[in-house]
Design a protein. Structure first.
Length: 109
């Protein structure tokens, strides 16, 4: 948000903050969510680069299309285990996963 818009909103009584502040998340909870979001986004990019549908990926990892959609959206019901196993099934290396994890943590501190 640009400074002018922010000042205008604050002048009118609006408080500007982050989603973590709004939800009163601890730093650890916020980092966990950011990690799941990064892995979910990486899964989507990796699946698309392999030209696979969600249904095709679901068969590859013995899951359902709706579960793959939830993985890509970082749904709270999806475990990190399932995200990582799915990425490995798509050919992601440990080094590649480490980069995704490092980037998710590094962007937030």
């Amino acid at each position: 948000m640009d400074k002018t818009k922010r000042k205008r909103l604050e002048k009118k009584g609006w408080r500007i903050g982050s989603a973590a502040e709004f939800l009163d998340l601890t730093p650890e909870e916020n980092r966990y969510i950011e990690l799941k979001l990064a892995l979910g986004e990486h899964l989507k990019r990796r699946r698309r680069s392999r030209r696979l549908s969600q249904e095709m990926l679901a068969k590859l990892v013995s899951s359902s299309q709706s579960r793959v959609a939830k993985m890509e959206a970082a749904d709270p019901s999806v475990s990190l285990d399932l995200l990582v196993r799915s990425l490995l099934a798509l050919g992601s290396s440990e080094k590649e996963l480490a980069k995704v994890i490092a980037a998710a943590g590094g962007a937030r501190g």
